[in-house]
Design a protein around this ligand. Structure first.
Ligand SMILES: Cc1ncc(COP(=O)(O)O)c(C=O)c1O
Length: 462
């Protein structure tokens, strides 16, 4: 049995009607659902009571069938185009969250859709026991456009970090002259992983250990041992703990995302580079959120000119399909052997073919320059719209990752914005409004977002 109130046929009708935007101004129709053309409901069927019933059923069944690890509002999104999304009522939203910095090309980008459908029609998955062309083509693009010599694929950001932790641990053993497969001597080398306050590296036991917030870790202790947490941007504190024979790697986000849109200074990153070189430790940049164009440069660390030994990537890489990657230097790559690490799904042809298309679009210097320009527009627009509000302390960021620092919790403003059709999220201690729109967001959409937030701030931040 599927639900109670609405039949499957009726749900489909609802999705094609209230959900699918015969009523939107753009006249947009989802390209991937040809069934819509033949089964579109009449205008009379597209009623708000129908959408209400549909939304209610999805929300109720989500509560009943899905593990409750997310607090979600009662909105069911049904489709999107560029930086816009629509819910089941046909209400339009401007998506300034982009699936938490994932949908870099926005929703339903035709070039991305073509790549996905083309590859899905040929070969979507082959185990990593065999070669496929798309994963090699993507690796070539990533390596030839970065500091790295090799790429390793994962499926998410946390998995990419998990892999980088493993590579660092094995690198330390080999560097120490140990047989890495000898359990008796395996710990006679550097094993510590240093990370920083405010960091977010993921939710699996290794990446979680490196993540700052106790609330994410405490219920699941013990997480991976060997983490040393140091205040972000405090080079002296880092110096005190990064030690030869003790520190295997240092993980840092060149711009902290979840931590509060905090760009690291060049001096800090260069200081870490020097400390790692002195200690024979690996410097790992977590660019899961800011890598691939988000900051207006292809990689976030390009703003500093400091290069890591490894870099982890994920969110935007395949334009919405799950992917993670570690880019690494040959000195690290050469310690890894067949069988040391792997993943069933990682780097499959579907995801990698989509990612090649995403990469080719975003790596165009003109596209990146546009991200920089639009990021400046967003920050100046927000500063102007929020000027004089006593609770707004700072508008900061790089490219199209932007944070509005408040001296109160950001939840009420974020919720009010959502009600008015602007999707933004929080960061930091919940006192920052985070804006990470699709990189294809338009100037008009930026202006609209700033105007609505400015207006709402006057009502909410009093
Ligand atoms: C910097 C950073 N690292 C790692 C992760 C974890 O990525 P995922 O949620 O794909 O596991 C995130 C997610 O927000 C992130 O922002």
């Amino acid at each position: 049995m599927h639900g109670t109130g609405i039949s499957l046929g009726a749900q489909a009708t609802c999705l094609r009607g209230a959900a699918v935007p015969r009523s939107t101004k753009s006249g947009f129709r989802p390209r991937a659902a040809p069934v819509v053309a033949t089964m579109a409901p009449s205008k009379e069927e597209v009623t708000s009571s129908f959408a209400e019933e549909f939304t209610k059923e999805i929300v109720e069944e989500e509560k009943k069938y899905i593990l409750q690890t997310y607090a979600r509002p009662d909105i069911v999104f049904t489709h999107g185009e560029g930086a816009r999304m629509w819910d089941a009522y046909g209400k339009e939203y401007l998506d300034f969250a982009a699936g938490i910095a994932v949908n870099a090309l926005g929703h339903s980008d035709p070039r991305w859709l073509e790549a996905v459908t083309e590859q899905a029609g040929m070969l979507s998955h082959v185990s990593n026991l065999f070669h496929t062309a798309p994963q090699v083509k993507l690796a070539k693009r990533l390596v030839e456009n970065s500091f790295a010599d090799r790429a390793f694929y994962a499926n998410t950001g946390t998995e990419a970090n998990e892999a980088a932790i493993k590579f660092a641990r094995k690198y330390a053993k080999v560097k120490a002259g140990l047989d890495p497969y000898n359990a008796e001597t395996a710990l006679d080398c550097a094993t510590d992983i240093v990370s920083f306050t405010g960091s977010f590296h993921g939710r699996t036991m290794g990446a979680l250990a490196l993540t700052y917030k106790d609330q994410y870790k405490t219920p699941f202790q013990p997480v991976m041992s060997g983490n040393v947490m140091v205040p972000y941007m405090d080079l002296d504190a880092a110096k005190a703990v990064i030690k030869k024979g003790q520190t295997a790697a240092v993980f840092v986000e060149p711009v902290q995302g979840e931590g509060g849109i905090n760009p690291a200074s060049t001096a800090f990153l260069q200081g870490l580079r020097d400390l790692c070189d002195e200690a024979d430790a690996l410097l790992v940049f977590d660019e899961v959120q800011v890598g691939l164009g988000r900051t207006g440069k292809l990689w976030g660390h390009e703003h500093s000119g400091v290069q890591p030994d490894m870099m982890t990537l994920a969110k935007p890489l395949a334009g919405g399909l799950p992917i993670g990657a570690v880019l690494l230097r040959e000195k690290v790559a050469e310690v890894m052997a067949p069988g040391d690490h792997g993943s069933t799904f990682a780097g499959n042809p579907l995801v990698c073919h989509a990612a090649c298309t995403v990469f080719d679009i975003i790596s165009d210097p003109e596209f990146l320059a546009d991200v920089t320009r639009k990021g400046e527009l967003l920050r100046s627009g927000l500063r102007e719209a929020l000027a004089g509000n006593p609770h707004v302390q700072e508008v900061r960021g790089l490219g199209l990752i932007c944070g509005v620092q408040l001296d109160v919790m950001a939840g009420p403003l974020v919720n009010a914005a959502r009600d008015r059709g602007i999707i933004v999220i929080t960061a930091g201690k919940g006192d920052i409004v985070r804006l990470v729109p699709p990189l294809v967001v338009t100037e008009e959409q930026i202006a609209q977002c700033c105007a609505v937030l400015g207006e709402l701030a006057k009502e909410v931040l009093v």
